[in-house]
Design a protein around this ligand. Structure first.
Ligand SMILES: [Zn+2]
Length: 152
């Protein structure tokens, strides 16, 4: 099987066009029923296949199983986002997916990861989605303000 390791490039494809195909690093899902069915099948077969949710502000990695549970419960996908008022742009299997699979990650946010760095908190494993809180946002804004080069 081709992977992104070694520079092979997998052409992007949508499950509604190839419903039987297991997910790989070329998989993108849209919001149609056939893509949701394929996601549920993938989640049963391989619960920790990572799905990257590209949003306006963030990159969320969510296990196929968790995304499947969210859709099955008719919970909005936005409930998986970390940043308040963020929005979903695209959902796909990220490059390096085998690494995510190996760590059995259920939920991860790039923005939260950076917030943990700024807060000097170290990285904890998150099993469920969480939203940002006001104190973290204030800390982030102060951090970026302090990084701004002075003009004097
Ligand atoms: Zn589709």
């Amino acid at each position: 099987m081709a992977t992104a390791e070694g520079g092979d490039y997998i052409k992007p494809w949508l499950p509604h066009e190839q419903p039987e195909r297991p997910f790989d690093e070329g998989t993108w899902i849209c919001d149609c029923n056939a893509c949701a069915m394929a996601l549920h099948a993938e989640a049963r077969h391989s619960p920790f296949t990572p799905m990257c949710i590209k949003t306006g502000f963030d990159r969320i990695i969510v296990a196929a199983e968790y995304l499947s549970e969210t859709i099955t419960a008719a919970t909005p996908i936005e409930s998986l986002l970390y940043v308040t008022d963020d929005w979903v742009r695209e959902i796909f299997v990220p490059v390096g997916s085998w690494r995510w699979k190996a760590t059995a990650t259920r939920w991860w946010s790039l923005m939260l990861h950076e917030d943990e760095d700024i807060a000097g908190r170290g990285h904890v494993r998150h099993q469920v989605a969480r939203g940002e809180d006001r104190s973290v946002v204030d800390l982030r804004l102060r951090y970026f303000a302090s990084q701004r080069p002075s003009l004097t």
